[in-house]
Design a binder for this molecule. Structure first.
Ligand code: SAM
Length: 282
């Protein structure tokens, strides 16, 4: 490993070896146990990294391809990383491919500190909308839900029980950057049920046995907690019991149910119907 200066202020480490300990640590972030022990995760792409920095996320390491040398935006991000006390690595394509586990990797990758919102700090008011996901298993579903929560202007996501990791590479990719905009909390079922007792608003569960058409409910002008069930099993009884209403999305055809992320999207656009305008100024 050698060090040299590029056009970016601050020192940049040049790394070409997969055996480099810094690279090994970043590659290890593919596994949850290392993401948790390092309290870190990866986000790919220059735009995402800039958005994350703008939103106040703490960058540990910026990795960029040699091909990005001379790119003013990349050099600015490198300078911000150094100013924030982070490390900057200039790497070969081979190293980037290994870190991201993809051919044709993005030229810029950021390693950020994970961040969870404590459940006790969530105190919904006015027309705030939160989504609670019971034991979500699929990273694509979780990422899509986080992206949709962002898109409709809901406030955040509560993960109940054993769930897929919101900071896995696959989930982060599926969020398309919304991981940095949407607060995430996690809770055991017991802690969640205890917290729900202090929630003053509508707790809307979705259930295939729900007797109420989701379009018949007035969601506006009060906080809403939307509860979605696990992909295989749906909401268990102890979570269904704490809902004010169990809602169903009517279906035709042969499908038993909707995909979790699709059902969440349908619900969120209905819940936020009156808040969403094509032109908010109109
Ligand atoms: N076999 C599961 C069950 O019995 O509930 C299917 C779960 S479904 C794939 C995942 C979640 O999406 C459900 O728990 C529910 O929250 C939501 N969902 C899917 N289709 C729905 C529908 N038609 N009405 C209400 N919720 C639905």
């Amino acid at each position: 490993m050698s060090e040299h200066r590029t056009g970016a202020p601050g020192r940049v480490k040049e790394v070409t070896s997969l055996a480099n300990p810094l690279v090994k640590d970043i590659k290890a972030l593919a596994l949850k146990k290392f993401r948790d022990s390092q309290n870190a995760f990866l986000a790919e792409g220059l735009k995402l990294v800039i958005d994350a920095l703008d939103l106040g996320w703490s960058i540990k390491t910026l990795v960029f391809a040699k091909t990005a040398i001379g790119n003013a935006a990349v050099e600015k991000v490198a300078a911000r990383t150094v100013a924030a006390g982070g490390t900057v690595l200039e790497v070969s394509e081979k190293v980037l491919t290994a870190i991201t586990r993809r051919d044709n990797p993005q030229a810029v990758v950021g390693v950020f500190a994970q961040r969870y919102m404590p459940l006790k700090d969530i105190r919904p008011e006015r027309n705030d909308v939160w989504v609670a996901l019971d034991r979500v298993r699929d990273p694509g579903n979780l990422g899509t839900v986080i992206r949709t929560v962002d898109a409709v202007g809901a406030k955040g996501v509560i993960l109940i029980g054993e769930t897929t990791d919101p900071f896995s590479l696959e989930t982060v990719r599926a969020t398309m950057g919304s991981i940095f905009a949407v607060p995430i909390a996690k809770a055991t079922p017991e802690a969640f049920i205890a917290w729900r007792k202090g929630f003053h608003g509508l707790v809307a569960g979705t259930h295939l046995k729900g007797a109420v058409d989701y379009r018949s409910v007035e969601f506006s002008n009060r906080p809403v907690l939307l509860m979605m069930g696990n992909e295989q099993q749906g909401l268990p009884d102890n979570l269904a019991e704490i809902c004010d209403r169990l809602l169903r999305i009517p279906q035709a055809g042969r499908a038993d149910s909707l995909n979790l992320a699709v059902a969440t999207g349908v619900m969120l656009f209905e819940i936020r119907r009156s808040a969403l305008k094509l032109d908010p100024e109109a």
